[in-house]
Ligand binder design. Structure first.
Ligand code: FE2
Length: 287
């Protein structure tokens, strides 16, 4: 299905093709995707710049479940302007999990955090472990800033690795320094750092520079998973399924949205990436 949609875009060059309604929860052969995990969201209410009320949280949860996501990590900002604590995450998560269950939404919301780089030195090892995705995975989501290359990046990520934690860099493709030189991430990836792309970057909603960089990281083997970074119910082109569609390779898309996130949450080895099928050049984006 996604192949046909991609073909339509390329052949017709029709912007309306982007609005074609289609099921987002099936693979090209019609098989339902299973096990999609979204490891980055701001679903906890009143904690950061994401959901404000529990209704917002439920709307995000409903949209995720409708998109085929079965597990969603609540990853509130932990940084200077949102100094979220372990206790705040625990309490808000408990409330959201209860509300999601009461509302009958089939979604497992798990704990987590998106930790600012300058916040990392201020957290104890116990706090870092408690803020890991799912609470016990030892995988820590680290926010890549939207501007500038953090001078302390390598040192801080190295410290996490030395502590036996698994750092995941959130959405570096949105940063102009990375957009200019995506290869700067290579030595971090070689050291064991994982890279998370945001779904809306792949679909183009985050701008063409982010899109170009996201695909460059994908082509160069410098990314491992896709997440929504949902602050509110995602627009159609910010969903996990939309990202899977534009990746145009069901095996790689499944690796990015199912296989790697599953390994991250369970704290197991990252599975080898499937061989990439040649992707057609998408018109109009000059990749
Ligand atoms: Fe985020």
């Amino acid at each position: 299905m996604n192949v046909q949609i991609g073909h339509h875009r390329i052949i017709d060059g029709d912007a309306n093709a982007l609005d074609i309604e289609r099921s987002h929860t099936t693979e090209a052969d019609g098989t339902p995707y299973r096990g999609v995990i979204d490891l980055h969201s701001h679903v906890l209410p009143g904690v950061d710049d994401g959901a404000v009320t529990m209704d917002d949280s439920l709307a995000i949860a409903r949209a995720a479940a409708a998109d085929g996501v079965h597990m969603l990590a609540a990853t509130p900002h932990v940084r200077g302007d949102f100094p979220t604590t372990v206790g705040m995450v625990r309490d808000a998560l408990e409330d959201v999990r209860a509300a999601v269950a009461t509302a009958g939404i089939a979604l497992d919301v798990i704990s987590g955090a998106e930790i600012g780089i300058d916040r990392l030195p201020l957290l104890t090892i116990d706090e870092l472990e408690a803020l890991a995705l799912g609470g016990s995975s030892r995988a820590v989501l680290v926010e890549f800033p939207y501007l500038g290359w953090p001078v302390q990046l390598a040192e801080e990520l190295g410290r996490l690795l030395d502590l036996g934690l698994r750092p995941i860099l959130a959405h570096p493709e949105r940063n102009p320094d990375v957009q200019e030189a995506p290869g700067r991430l290579a030595h971090l990836v070689e050291a064991g750092v994982l890279v998370q792309l945001t779904a809306s970057s792949l679909t183009g909603r985050g701008g063409q520079d982010a899109r170009r960089t996201a695909f460059r990281l994908l082509d160069d083997g410098l990314c491992h998973l896709v997440a929504t970074d949902a602050h509110r119910p995602s627009a159609r082109d910010g969903r996990m399924s939309s990202a899977r569609d534009v990746v145009e390779d069901a095996a790689v898309a499944g690796w990015l949205t199912v296989d790697v996130p599953t390994a991250v949450v369970s704290g197991t080895a990252i599975p080898e990436r499937p061989p990439t099928r040649a992707r057609r050049r998408r018109f109009g984006f000059g990749r």
